[in-house]
Design a protein around this ligand. Structure first.
Ligand code: CP
Length: 331
């Protein structure tokens, strides 16, 4: 936990000082009040998106946003596209499978090419940790990390924090169990950073083979017993088994994993009576989570997470392009 936090998360400085960063690479670069600033900014977009009125704003009219996804995505890609369009920007999705990367072009040359097209913001997903920072160092416009390897997925952590705050009335002082394949998960890493920074008790729950070495240095409590790990939790956040990142045998079988670590209705009884169930998606139903839990009408907030994703990404695109748009208070 950060004992040196100079002010409460809600008490952030005004204008440009509240978010001084050019890029959004990771939660690790943010302070608690910078996180709160983004969450507060997202609230207006939740309301607009829910309103019956035309879901459109022209804050980013005339700007071009490029989504460059070098790895598969449904939620993140679509929500960044919808977010940009709802703010009036021109959004272009680069199809990595059909790009010149397939002809041997380097990532840096691809970045320089996007830069030469004078994009106003670039959103990047890449399978390699650090690839997004590499591109950010080469281009003139803001870069937003949509997930890089096992490193970070900052907008996922922000949308998760907003979902928790809206359901629990706060996102501090809660007990949050992050369960499953922590080792391969950038979602887990970004969430651990954000949720500990905001003052929650964060537990990680996984078999020893799916825990990163020295994970306790991230100020989390470590559990290898699922029942112990979710006991009394306010939030149970399940993670997908990332088989595509596994280069060996980490588990005896999916069936045994479900037996020991799957979130079943019976196991959920160990959490607080009003605990919410989260999953970043895509879900492996019947492996890390049972359908009856994933679809629980009052306790599962999985679809709300998707909804908050659009609002949070609208807030991030708006905030990061303010300097370019010369919005007052931003130099
Ligand atoms: N949660 C998440 O990042 O989902 P996608 O891979 O579908 O974008």
């Amino acid at each position: 936990m950060n004992s040196h936090i100079p002010r409460p998360a809600s008490d952030y400085p005004p204008g440009g000082d509240a978010f001084p960063h050019r890029h959004l690479i990771g939660i690790a670069q943010l302070t608690p009040w910078e996180i709160s600033y983004i969450l507060d900014a997202a609230e207006q977009w939740v309301e607009m998106n829910r309103s019956g009125a035309a879901k459109h704003d022209d804050a980013l009219a005339g700007l071009t946003i490029i989504n460059a996804f070098f790895e598969n995505s449904t939620r993140t890609l679509l929500s960044f596209e919808i977010a940009g369009k709802r703010l009036g920007a021109d959004v272009v999705n680069m199809n990595a499978a059909q790009s010149s990367l397939k002809k041997g072009e380097t990532l840096i040359d691809t970045a320089m090419t996007l830069n030469a097209m004078r994009a106003d913001a670039i959103v990047i997903r890449h399978a390699s940790s650090g690839a997004v920072q590499l591109i950010a160092d080469k281009v003139d416009c803001p870069v937003l990390n949509a997930g890089d390897g096992r490193h970070e997925h900052p907008t996922q952590a922000l949308l998760d924090a907003l979902t928790i705050r809206r359901n629990k009335g706060r996102v501090e002082g809660l007990t949050i169990a992050i369960c499953g394949d922590v080792l391969h998960s950038r979602v887990a890493r970004s969430n651990i950073l954000a949720l500990t920074l905001l003052g929650n008790e964060v537990r990680v729950v996984a078999p020893a083979t799916l825990l990163p070495p020295a994970i306790e240095r991230m100020h989390v409590q470590v559990f290898t017993d699922m029942d112990e790990g979710i006991k009394g939790a306010d939030v149970v956040m399940m993670l997908r088994l990332q088989n595509e990142r596994m280069d060996g045998a980490y588990l005896p079988s999916a069936r045994e994993y479900h037996e020991l670590y799957g979130l079943t209705p019976k196991r959920l009884e160990l959490a607080k009576e009003d605990a919410i169930i989260m999953h970043p998606g895509p879900m492996n139903r019947g492996v890390e989570i049972d359908s009856i839990v994933a679809d629980h009408p009052t306790r599962s907030v999985v679809t709300q997470q998707v909804e908050m994703g659009v609002a949070v990404r609208m807030a991030c695109l708006d905030i990061l392009t303010r300097r370019k748009r010369k919005v007052s208070g931003w130099n």
